[in-house]
Design a protein around this ligand. Structure first.
Ligand SMILES: NC(=O)c1ccc[n+]([C@@H]2O[C@H](COP(=O)([O-])OP(=O)(O)OC[C@H]3O[C@@H](n4cnc5c(N)ncnc54)[C@H](OP(=O)(O)O)[C@@H]3O)[C@@H](O)[C@H]2O)c1
Length: 264
């Protein structure tokens, strides 16, 4: 028997950025399991994107297409959505998930005294400006189908100190505020906008931290649940926030999923 979530989600379309790995990939699979068609983006890992698309098409009988996107150039969302219009008949959900790393965060992922405008600007562009343009394009399509849901990923690095994380934490604060403004102005179109904020989650992004082992040990010690978070721990929240049958009056909020670490 189909439950209410499955019934509501089936045949709808999710657009998600950065779903080749980590949290984005877990969200993609969680939605695909519910019969949601998926338009997702990659940056460098086209081969992985192809594998994921083939896998979910085979396993869940949905439609899945992948597209290149660089969130350092948020305007790319405009042409991306035009392409998605050709491949999908509707857009119901948008998850802004992609995050930059490596060279482009130099001067942004650093101790306070080594922060540089360029690195900080890159993180702001990839986190906040990409969310704005992506959500605008998604909202135009959602209006046409009577509503939808938008989710931005955030992180508890704006609530608790994390070494080198000033640039990211600051931009996550900004995107959470942007979420509230978008929610307030898009509600009349049946569009809900929320954020999912994660504590440290075991992904490539975190493994790239120079102090990864320390962070991991600290989280395992600090969390009342005595473990790191997994990408799947956030995927359920993203599904919940998009599922109108479960969260229909929830908008402009951030759900914190931190294994209880933030309070300690
Ligand atoms: N990991 C954590 O501890 C944690 C905690 C809380 C919140 N978050 C948030 O959750 C989200 C996902 O993080 P994650 O840990 O899953 O990251 P991840 O494993 O490093 O994956 C990053 C994704 O972003 C894509 N990407 C990289 N550079 C890009 C660019 N310039 N333009 C467009 N896409 C790009 C990658 O695509 P390719 O593979 O094709 O390069 C990949 O799909 C982020 O918003 C992050 O801040 C993470």
């Amino acid at each position: 028997m189909m439950n209410a979530t499955m019934e509501y989600m089936k045949g709808k379309t999710l657009v998600i950025s950065g779903a080749t790995r980590g949290i984005g990939k877990a969200i993609l699979y969680r939605f695909a399991e519910c019969g949601v068609n998926i338009a997702f983006t990659y940056n460098k890992n086209e081969e992985e994107a192809q594998k994921i698309a083939e896998d979910v098409i085979k396993k869940f009988g949905i439609k899945a297409c992948y597209y290149p996107l660089n969130v350092l150039e948020p305007e790319q969302y405009t042409t991306l959505f035009e392409q998605i219009d050709k491949d999908f008949d509707r857009v119901d959900f948008f998850v802004s998930n992609a995050i930059i790393y490596g060279r482009s965060v130099v001067g942004g992922f650093a101790p306070f005294m080594r922060l540089k405008p360029k690195g900080l600007n890159n993180i702001y562009t990839a986190t906040v400006l990409a969310f704005v343009v992506g959500a605008q394009e998604a909202a135009k399509r959602m209006k046409e189908v009577g509503g939808g849901a938008i989710v931005s990923l955030s992180s508890t690095g704006n609530l608790v100190y994390m070494p080198n994380y000033a640039g990211h934490g600051n931009s996550k604060n900004a995107v959470e505020t942007m979420v509230k403004y978008a929610a307030t102005e898009l509600g009349e179109f049946g569009i809900r906008v929320n954020a999912v904020s994660g504590g440290p989650i075991d992904t490539d992004a975190l493994r790239a931290f120079p102090d990864y082992d320390e962070v991991k040990a600290k989280v395992e010690e600090q969390s009342p649940l005595k473990r790191m978070g997994s990408p799947e721990d956030l995927a359920g929240a993203a599904l919940f926030l998009c599922d109108k049958t479960q969260s229909g009056w929830l908008t402009g909020q951030t759900i914190v999923i931190d294994g209880g670490t933030t309070f300690k």
